[in-house]
Design a protein around this ligand. Structure first.
Ligand SMILES: [Zn+2]
Length: 175
């Protein structure tokens, strides 16, 4: 960490912080929880930098800037990550994985930790009438084997999406 950032915030506020200008204040000001996608205008949640580092292709990882990023979940929008602090953003093609919210394909992951694709869930329901995905993932979460924060493009747990897909598939198959 920059030495200037060890200066107590009170001293910075008192203008005793000369070198480095406002960097410390910016760093210590929490970014808003939500920001608006510049393309689709979708209200989007904050995403951790390490999710981007894990999921972007190597050439794109190099383009990550020292800004807060947000995840756009609008299906029709090509933008995946953007920042409200500058013109830095990443589109679907910049990621190594297909994005559940933006791709309806059967080979797209719903759960990225334990490889539950739409197709796998459909197949299980077709042959057994049920899916064990939700229970199995919940057990793994309980056992702390889930790393959704870096494997899932939205940086969060997949269980809501899993339950939605199971419900949709059952409706389609009229179960
Ligand atoms: Zn968008």
């Amino acid at each position: 960490m920059n030495t200037c950032c060890t200066v107590p915030i009170k001293e910075i506020a008192a203008d005793q912080h000369k070198e480095g200008g406002e960097c410390c204040l910016i760093e210590q000001t929490p970014a808003p929880a939500l920001a608006t996608c510049p393309v689709s205008k979708t209200s989007s949640r904050k995403i951790n930098r390490r999710t981007l580092e894990h999921l972007l292709k190597p050439d794109s990882v190099k383009k990550i800037q020292n800004v807060q990023y947000y995840y756009c979940n609008e299906p029709s929008c090509d933008v995946v990550y953007f920042s409200h602090q500058g013109p830095s953003y990443f589109i679907k093609e910049d990621l190594t994985v297909k994005i559940f919210h933006k791709d309806n394909g059967d080979n797209v992951n719903v759960c990225y930790c334990f490889d539950w694709t739409r197709g796998r869930i459909e197949e299980q329901i077709r042959s057994t009438g049920q899916s064990t995905a939700s229970e199995e993932i919940a057990q793994q979460v309980k056992d702390q084997k889930c790393i959704c924060d870096i494997t899932n493009p939205k940086g969060r747990c997949c269980l809501g999406d899993i339950n939605r897909v199971i419900k949709e598939v059952k409706q389609q198959q009229k179960l």
